[in-house]
Design a protein around this ligand. Sequence first.
Ligand SMILES: Nc1ncnc2c1ncn2[C@@H]1O[C@H](COP(=O)(O)OP(=O)(O)OP(=O)(O)O)[C@@H](O)[C@H]1O
Ligand SMILES: [Mg+2]
Length: 499
Amino acid sequence: MTQTGRKMRLSALGAAEGGELRPAGADPQITGLCVDSREMQAGALFAALPGSTVHGAEFIPFALRMGAAAVLTDAAGAALAGPLPVPVIVHPDPRRALAKAAAAWFGAQPEVMVAVTGTSGKTSVASFTRQIWQALGFRSVNFGTAGVEGSVQASLSLTTPEPITLHRLLARLAGEGVSHAAMEASSHGLEQRRLDGVRLAAGAFTNLSRDHLDYHDGLDDYLAAKLGLFDRVLPRGAAAVINADDPVAPVVGHVAQGRGQRVITVGRAEAANIRIEASAFTAEGQRLQFRHQGRVHRADLALIGGFQGANALMAAGLVIGCGAEPDAVFAALPGLAGVRGRMQLVGRRANGAAVYVDYAHKPAALVAALTALRPHVAGRIVCVFGAGGDRDRGKRPLMGAAVAAHADVAIVTDDNPRSEDPASIRAAILAACPEASEIGDRAEAILAGVDALQPGDALLIAGKGHETGQIVAGDVLPFDDTEQARAAIAVLDREEAAT
Ligand SMILES: Nc1ncnc2c1ncn2[C@@H]1O[C@H](COP(=O)(O)OP(=O)(O)OP(=O)(O)O)[C@@H](O)[C@H]1O
Ligand SMILES: [Mg+2]
């Protein structure tokens, strides 16, 4: 609910565009926007949106009792509500209309905004984009799964906030002098039109692989949701930065070109605009050689994992797409810091073995993380991982198979079991990873993983990344993989030094 003491005419919200206002010409003063009738305040516009289980129109009577000045809904909602004593906007896409209204209500947004979509890499690309902008002297943020980071910090409950929260945040950021912002566009957020009111200068597509099939009706539906960034949200003339190495890149490129967007491709593909020609890996990072506009560039990145090198160049593509000078952008690459909980080196044993924390919690991300780690590791890769409860169950055996194929030693443990029986989740993973050992207690599993490390080995603790809590049966128990790993290193090295 927005309640700022301000007033605006219903017409000024632009919510009726593309819809039907009943009665025609009605234009009451509006004192705020509301989607949750429990937060309803007198004079607000109540958005009665279709939900996956109930239609918001069920709550119109209550919203009216609380003083709603007008209602926004769809044809089904209007039919459900019947004749109303206040003006109604009947819109074929009420979620998009609400996003537009929220943009009008809050007004201000950071001048230059970009959005990143894709199954994996959104947080990383958004963070690298922000870091490059900061290196160029702009007051900047990135926001999504890990909250708001950069020149302003704040926590967020959703990777892509719902429109009222989103535009309240954008107005606050603009008010605090933030001129540049990179946001994550999740498939849920795009499908629900949450960022349709954001004025974007550029958008990026990282990759597509199996995920969220508990929400989307198959991979095509999932792709369609992501394409929404290019075929609906991003305006004509904006830059569309596309990972040229992903199998669906041609589809994304075709949609973006069809909408008159400037396509910038990044990757190893022959025709890529920013083309990775070579990469060399060390224990600390990688050296990238890439070509742009006929010139060869080299950059030493303190980032682990080839895909983080590609993510960094995607970010460079976004900043160049927003008008920055390429050489200045590329000069900022060596200064990029790794993203919290993404292939993050959190410590080393006294014997030199490295311990990494990563957020990979999808089959393709696990394959990517393990294969990307391999060139940085002389010895064995030990992997501690699990899978989340109340989420896409079909991906569990795929995650087991991924680790069985790409790690030398595997330990299956609990991630966020939520309301599910942890043992049954582990069993589904173990079915495809029979060599693995099973240790349900995550702290114990991390200790066992650290204990297994010989000189030259590396441990990858996957799945929770930056998270600082473990969700078990409705409770969020404090748990931080980085902290646990560091404690395990300290205890085991002390014990070893004592013997
Ligand atoms: N370009 C990439 N290709 C493949 N895997 C990647 C890529 N970038 C990151 N990953 C993997 O995905 C994990 C999550 O990365 P990141 O947080 O940047 O992605 P995300 O899209 O924001 O994920 P989420 O949807 O969970 O917010 C990383 O820890 C890494 O294992
Ligand atoms: Mg993310």
